[in-house]
Design a protein around this ligand. Structure first.
Ligand SMILES: *Cc1c(COP(=O)(O)O)cnc(C)c1O
Length: 411
């Protein structure tokens, strides 16, 4: 038995040529010239397409694939994804505007999230977007707004399930939650729904994010389907759509392994006929964010200075937590762990050393890598944070310390 510390999953999604990372069909050094400034995010459209193709191969034919835009709402990227998926899920009016600019028809766009404002609901109803209703009060507001607009709103009920998704990075359901309507209250809300001028389409049940355990996701899918079948007995009409959420994880940290997609697909293959038997005509939809885009994106910053403090080497870069909060460990991590990081123009490098990569912010939280073995780097070299296509820029406090925002490119 070796006591070697766990390693990051090997770098496989991007080719390396002459020791330089390749992205979007070109060397990273050339892309940096093309972009013209650092830091920047780059998203590889071909990798996104390949990921969606892999999902299509593993998922049963009848299962709809939606993209949850909050993972990465860059308009050009959303346009690209829109052509490859069956629908878009938005969580604000801003995201809805981007979604409505794509060719995805409004009835394939759903709007979830607690605390939707009246102006957001009114826009969504006018657009013909489906509302995932998060509370009994929201249901009343939607019905009133529909009446005042002379439009019958399309609604699904978001259910806070009576179970949790095990081993999930972030739990979105089970126990007391601000999301959705508690499963035990749903029958009463459905009774009320029947009395209102609303077009009931089905249920939305999302239990958690960043899950790498196929068995946990299989169990959640199974319990989600069982819950929907039970609740459907109380529905005012047939369930047409059962949105079972997203939450497929990607490996970020040492020791983590890619999700077993085949196992999840096989389990869904078994659940599709079960849904057909109990809820004839209902379609299952998955709404994935992270899994579709995370591995296709990188964050690139430049080394400004190699500095030694009391024997420890620091690479001080022009990028940091203000652009990439998740990589700094400050977005939901309990114990800080390193994202996979490489020196993009010296991936293997002639010499290697253990370094800490930090940003220009005056806070000890501004760390992109903590004592990680990397190729020996100098000022001008490019630091690349991998697995950065999801919950990157728009999940970061860009205004913190008033540095300029990074560029984003789709290549
Ligand atoms: C964030 C979110 C998703 C996407 O979650 P991922 O873990 O990125 O797949 C899906 N549905 C809803 C309602 C969300 O809020």
């Amino acid at each position: 038995m070796s006591n070697a510390p766990p390693q990051h999953a090997p770098l496989v999604q991007f080719a390396v040529q002459d020791d330089c990372l390749q992205i979007g069909g070109m060397a990273l050094t050339r892309l940096a010239q093309r972009v013209g400034s650092t830091p920047f995010y780059a998203y590889d459209r071909e990798k996104i397409s390949a990921r969606i193709a892999s999902l299509r191969r593993h998922l049963p034919q009848g299962v709809l694939l939606h993209y949850a835009m909050k993972a990465n709402p860059m308009p050009a990227l959303v346009q690209h994804v829109a052509g490859l998926v069956d629908g878009l899920d938005v969580a604000s009016k801003g995201e809805m505007r981007v979604a409505l600019d794509t060719a995805v028809p409004p009835d394939k766009i759903s709007f979830a999230g607690p605390g939707k404002r009246e102006h957001e609901l009114r826009s969504a109803i006018a657009a013909g977007v489906m509302l995932n209703v998060e509370s009994a009060q929201e249901l009343e507001t939607v019905a009133q707004l529909g009446m005042s607009l002379g439009i019958t709103p399309r609604v699904a009920l978001r259910v806070n399930p009576d179970f949790e998704l095990k081993s999930s990075g972030m739990k979105m359901g089970g126990g007391p939650k601000p999301f959705g309507i508690d499963a035990e209250c749903v029958p009463d809300v459905l009774k009320r729904l029947a009395a209102l001028e609303l077009d009931f389409t089905g249920f939305h049940i999302f239990s958690g994010s960043q899950n790498l355990h196929a068995a946990a996701l299989q169990e959640a899918h199974e319990r989600t389907v069982q819950l929907a079948i039970r609740l459907a007995d109380h529905a005012p009409g047939p369930v047409r759509l059962l949105n079972i959420g997203g939450g497929f994880g990607v490996p970020y940290f040492p020791g983590e392994q890619a999700l077993n997609l085949a196992a999840i697909g096989e389990n869904l293959q078994r659940l599709v006929p079960e849904v057909q038997r109990h809820l004839p005509g209902a379609r299952i939809a998955l709404e994935l964010g992270r899994y579709i885009v995370a591995e296709a994106g990188i964050y690139v910053c430049r080394v400004l200075e190699r500095k030694i403090s009391r024997g420890q080497v620091f690479l001080i870069t022009d990028g940091g937590l203000h652009h990439h909060l998740a990589a700094s460990g400050n977005l939901g991590q309990v114990i800080r762990k390193n994202y996979p990081v490489v020196i993009g123009n010296k991936v293997r490098g002639a010499e290697r050393e253990v370094v800490s990569v930090v940003g220009p912010l005056c806070t000890p939280l501004d760390i992109l890598a903590d004592r990680l073995p990397l190729a020996k780097a100098a000022a001008g070299d490019l630091v690349v944070v991998l697995q950065s296509g999801a919950y990157g820029l728009t999940a970061s406090p860009v205004a913190f310390l008033s540095h300029p925002a990074p560029v984003e490119v789709l290549v």
